[in-house]
Design a protein around this ligand. Structure first.
Ligand SMILES: [Zn+2]
Length: 162
């Protein structure tokens, strides 16, 4: 992996000025991926969260930062983007602080229409911010999380968004 970083939190702009979104547990990813996630949170997710719930995004529950393995944990085949630190798996979004009646939106089981709509928006914006986006409905391996990565695809303009 080039430029590995352990990401505890990323800076975002909130309604009250500079804020941050924590990543739990802190993943090890490439600096380039951290930068892409940071930009996405600041420009797309934070405004989406505020619009949908009137709350700031405070944390992402993540998994699958750096992990040296092949795609979908198969014994054979192409290396996973997680092997290069260029991918992140997101399991849920925390809005507001838990102690103050915050909301957790699970990628696998959103509660109600409002949360489902929020996740649709999240996914749409991710398709613009990353090269590959996979999640529930893509395939069985991604039924409970959103996978985003910045691996260049063969054609520079081709993105993979399911
Ligand atoms: Zn993944």
């Amino acid at each position: 992996m080039d430029d590995p970083v352990v990401v505890e939190a990323l800076a975002v702009r909130t309604a009250d000025g500079p804020g941050q979104v924590r990543l739990l547990p802190p993943p090890t990813v490439s600096c380039e991926l951290a930068r892409a996630v940071s930009l996405w949170l600041d420009t797309s997710l934070q405004p989406l969260a505020r619009g949908a719930f009137g709350r700031e995004l405070t944390a992402l529950h993540v998994g699958g930062g750096h992990e040296c393995r092949r795609r979908n944990r198969q014994a054979q085949g192409q290396l996973s983007e997680h092997a290069t630190g260029k991918a992140l798996d997101i399991f849920s979004f925390q809005l507001g602080e838990e102690k103050q009646g915050g909301v957790a939106v699970s990628v696998e089981q959103p509660k109600g229409l409002e949360q489902s709509r929020f996740l649709d928006g999240v996914r749409q914006s991710a398709c613009g911010a990353f090269m590959t986006v996979l999640g529930p409905g893509s395939d069985a391996a991604h039924a409970n999380h959103l996978h985003v990565d910045i691996q260049q695809r063969r054609a520079a303009s081709s993105r993979f968004c399911q």
